[in-house]
Design a protein around this ligand. Sequence first.
Ligand code: GLP
Length: 241
Amino acid sequence: METKTYPDYETLSAAVAQIMCDNIRQKPTAVICLASGHTPLLPCRLFVQKANDEHLHISEATFLGLDEWVGVPPENEGSCHYFLYNTVFNPLGLQAGQIHVFNGMAEDLSIECETMDDVIENNGGIDLMIVGIGMNGHIGFNEPGVPFNHLSHVIELDKTTIEVGQKYFPAATTLTKGITIGLQHLMNANKVLLIANGEKKAAIIQQTIESEVSNQIPATIMQTHKNGIIMIDAAASSLLS
Ligand code: GLP
């Protein structure tokens, strides 16, 4: 694992967008998995801008949504679906067959998980994952205590996730479970970028990089990834020793 620090969120975001474009340029059939949330917003916008400006050949790439709130419909602006379609998929003009996201409203969530696992396998694995980090050290909805060898699964949300998650929703929303790509997929991915910005992420970033690897802080798994990069701004790096 490598740690890269950037002066601010803008330069961090530009670096992430560059890696995304380079990845697709090198491998037009790349499988890219994207987190939603506030951190990936600017990286995703810059990626779309760059891809469009540079006429990046994107029609053979596959895009996966990392996670979703169970019971939240896609038209809810707090859903991961809403974020990814509005920020990335629609502005890029992707075809439906290039996109695979979890349906948090599905009657049978185990089928959602199996379908995602099959898509990943049938496309030869994930080439690039862009993930954020929760205030409790989660990645996607891989909450504290999650086994590291899980593929896609449904999980009870941690108290912190439920509280912090309210920030995405226009009104108070009942959040109980999440559906997520698992950490075994992250370990199998060719390259993983864990991105974080701002002072509020400094403590969890310090623990992620400097604590022992433990599923109590799921993001510590990054320490064991052969091609994992923690990309942070100066504020998020401020507690590193
Ligand atoms: C959310 C999502 C994650 C996201 C993380 C951080 O709950 N499940 O995929 O990466 O928390 O979000 P943010 O970037 O808004 O801080």
